[in-house]
Design a protein around this ligand. Structure first.
Ligand code: 5AD
Ligand code: SF4
Length: 476
């Protein structure tokens, strides 16, 4: 059957050139303004911080069109699902969710359902949705978010399903409206895409090439956030250490950190640092600026050099540990977390033991651990893998126990200490308890009165668990 839409292509998305990415400035066409008057939308977000930030852009665009955020999904006129393709499990969850939307659509046939994010970049997903999930009206890619107003307008006009997914390297689009979901902490993109091509990872295909925003645009955004009363920014990129390289200028992530620190925003975080390019300028900037938080996420993925080579991580076990030791020495009191994949194709028992020994060496504050998930279109998907699922699950279990042990050990240093907490609000679990994070990114649940979201308060830690701390507000 002939398709009246263009499918994305992961192999096209693999292409890279050295050219400077185009910088465009967005403006909303007048004909889309007011289209959403009296109507509502609901956005479901899966995956990483980049997706969280993208959802805020989707919300910003819909707000600019006159739509309002719905309280509940079932009542919304537009539902958008921002998807994640990093692991099979995430994809299956999304497909289940899209399936469940069918009943809303039955009750309200005028409802518009849109699927965006990384899954939309995959040919197989677009095919599947177009064939089996007829309740979906719009599929839009990670490079096509600013087309949402047009896509919605077109669906409303002709009632036909729309697919707009570009498999290109991507550009930088400034001045896009944004509705931030929090009033005290903000995500700030400093760069998009990824050129690392770790062999297991789909992200370089779904998010295009590494392209950095202009430093002046980033700093102006943070300055505006300071004016609005924001307390924390998290500078976002798949690999923030590569900031500026594509611009061919003599200005690195270390320089950017130092300049963002000058805005005097109380708290600065950044995500994610690849161990590659973690240079001394960065360390100096982190050391010299008290508003850069004492927390570093440094994914190791594996502690075995042979697996790291097959993962195309560009460092050996020894190189990672040397960098880690240097950071620990230079940045005392900092907390460190990591990402680890177990069960990479043909990971031997010995290789897995190397990962455990690296965890013992680094004594991480926490680790995000995953079982390897085969991603069609990536080089690792073609690698032979004789390791059965049960072995992988057992490894994950052992790894998690070790991670919890060190998480708990690290948290002991906070017992009876007074820490500064940026308050997120009332705890999700207990309506009388507030929660927030310390500079080291430790989750704290505490009792107290007269506290508001966005306050930075002093809390005395009374109880220490592996993955959170309990405490009481200290009256000033
Ligand atoms: N399988 C399992 N985990 C993966 N990650 C990325 N790709 C895969 C995959 N195919 C993990 C990595 C990365 C984190 C965001 O997700 O550990 O750092
Ligand atoms: Fe994926 Fe590696 Fe890029 Fe991270 S650095 S997004 S793991 S390819």
């Amino acid at each position: 059957m002939k398709k009246d839409y263009i499918l994305p292509s992961l192999s096209d998305a693999r292409k890279r050139n050295k050219e400077l990415s185009a910088k465009l400035s967005f403006s909303l066409d007048e004909k889309y303004r007011g289209l959403g008057e009296g109507k509502t939308y609901y956005i479901v977000t899966h995956g990483c911080q980049a997706n969280q930030r993208d959802s805020e852009t989707m919300a910003g665009l819909l707000d600019a069109m006159g739509y309002k955020m719905a309280e509940e999904e079932k009542d919304a006129d537009i539902i958008l699902i921002n998807t994640c393709a990093v692991r099979q499990g995430a994809e299956e969850k999304v497909l289940g969710e899209i399936g469940a939307l069918k009943r809303y659509k039955k009750e309200n046939p005028d409802m518009i359902i849109g699927i965006g994010g990384c899954m939309a970049q995959e040919e197989k997903t677009v095919n599947l949705i177009m064939e089996k999930y007829r309740q979906v009206d719009i599929i839009f890619g990670t490079h096509n978010i600013t087309s949402l107003p047009k896509l919605i307008y077109d669906v409303l006009s002709d009632k036909k399903r729309k697919v707009e997914v570009f498999s290109k390297m991507g550009e930088i689009i400034e001045s896009v409206p944004v509705t931030r979901f929090m009033s005290h902490k903000a995500w700030v993109n400093i760069m998009y895409g990824c050129d690392k091509f770790c062999s297991y990872c789909i992200v370089p295909y779904t998010r295009g090439k590494e392209r950095s925003r202009d430093k002046d645009d980033i700093i102006a955004e943070v300055e505006e956030l300071v004016r609005q009363g924001y307390k924390e920014v998290c500078l976002l990129g798949q690999n923030v250490n590569a900031y500026g390289k594509d611009l061919h200028i003599d200005y690195t992530f270390g320089n950017l950190l130092a300049d963002v620190a000058k805005t005097n925003i109380p708290r600065i975080r950044f995500m994610t640092s690849h161990p590659w390019d973690f240079d001394d300028t960065m360390i100096e900037a982190i050391k010299n600026n008290k508003n850069i938080m004492p927390y570093i996420h440094l994914p190791i993925q594996s502690g075995n050099s042979e697996i790291l080579r097959k993962m195309n991580r560009r460092y050996s076990r020894e190189e990672y540990l040397a960098l880690f030791d240097k950071l620990k020495r230079e940045l005392p009191g900092f907390s460190f977390t990591t990402d680890i994949i177990v069960g990479f194709p043909n990971e031997s028992d010995e290789a897995f033991e190397d990962t455990l020994s690296a965890v013992k060496h680094c004594e991480y504050d926490n680790a995000f651990t995953f079982i390897y998930s085969k991603r069609e279109g990536t080089p690792a998907a073609a690698m032979e893998d004789a390791i059965d699922q049960k072995t992988k699950e057992e490894r994950l279990q052992r790894l998690n126990e070790l991670v919890a042990f060190y998480a708990n050990k690290n948290n002991q240093r906070f017992k009876d200490q007074v820490v500064e907490v940026l308050v997120d609000g009332l705890s999700k679990r207990n309506a009388k308890v507030y929660s927030g994070y310390t500079p080291e990114n430790k989750l704290v649940n505490f009792t107290g009165e007269g506290v508001k979201t966005g306050d930075i308060v002093k809390v005395k830690i009374t109880q220490v668990m592996s993955f959170s701390l309990n405490g009481e507000l200290v009256e000033e």
